[in-house]
Write a protein that binds this ligand. Sequence first.
Ligand SMILES: [Zn+2]
Length: 416
Amino acid sequence: MWRIRTSTSKGLGLFATRRIPRGTRILSEQPLLSLQANQQPISILKNARALDDARRKEVLVLSGFTGRGVAWWGRWGAVLWWVVKNGWEGRGRSMKTDIGVRGMGWWKRVRMEKQILDIWRSNSFHIPLSTPLSSPSSTPSTPCSSSPSFTHALFPTIARCNHSCIPNAQANWHPALSAFNVHALRDIAAHEEICLSYLEERGEGRDARRRVLSEGYGFECACEACGWDAEGEAGEEDDGGMGHGDRDGCEGGEEEAGEGAGEGRAKRNAKAKTWESERLAMQTRLAAHQASISTPQPTSHSAAYTYSSDGTVDTIPDTPQAPARNAKDESAVQEHSPSLKLELELTRAFAHMLLAQGVRGREVASMLYRGARNNADIQEALDMERDCLGEDHGSFVERRRGVERGRLGFGIGKEG
Ligand SMILES: [Zn+2]
């Protein structure tokens, strides 16, 4: 279904070897390396040391962004400190008996630890602890039974997936299978690159997305939604840059070679610019709304991405907040809270804007559920969630039951 091969400018990437219908489970992987919930981020070095040589090699063949500026210094400092500290602690047992670092000189060892940290930062995924998606109050669900004990993990093949701001696939943890699965968000053509988004979708404009990707992962995004700088100039001829050619082939596009290519590119650029202005207009509306309500959100929408002190990128882990509600509250919403009503309308408009731009995924499904005005919205969200998670995923099963219970889909919107 897929193979790993060189992508024009991004190193290796994952490519479809045949057409992959939406909802297909493309990959299912166990972690190669993981960080436990009670561990400090730097402990990943300890976990990496515990790997056998073969698995350590699997980690070391991946590429990692070395960080820049404060993050670069911070990482070196953290690694040096860690190695010194563990050297002291390990002095009783000879350091030379450490797995995988036998006979390695001190400096070489430090550099390898730094490399592992860089690879980890660039390739690991956040695995949310159990997240029951619906009706937490009515069903005392037991999500923890099969929750992983780790909060971040690295998967050797999934790590090969490159980024697109309009991805054609999404990765999610499957508790019952204890695996991280990649599903097709839409039909993927043969030879098309399979791309994930490294960012949580919050409707950010291009500059904000690019900044996070550049500072956190070390590349300038030139995906379908971002790569319109050169606008028909020679520099774009080969679909170059770090980006992914176009959406129907992050770098595919063979059928476009020739006369019509420039024209097609101009059209795509025009489309991407329209998307950008739609997103910025939506952010303005959201900001105006937030400013108008008495209890504004602590973070502005454009500040959705933050950096932790060790230089990693964190995203605020939820979609734009619409207060919890359920069907019976609809009239109450209208009577008592015009601002809530407006917020739900904005949430819905936001979701539909993203859908129209080709963005799909759990975040969009979640927005759709929250702002749903009719069963078509609910059905769209449900289909999307099935595509992302698979029919055998507990959260999807629970969600579908909820939708079936509430005759009108609205009854399920009680997530908190
Ligand atoms: Zn992009």
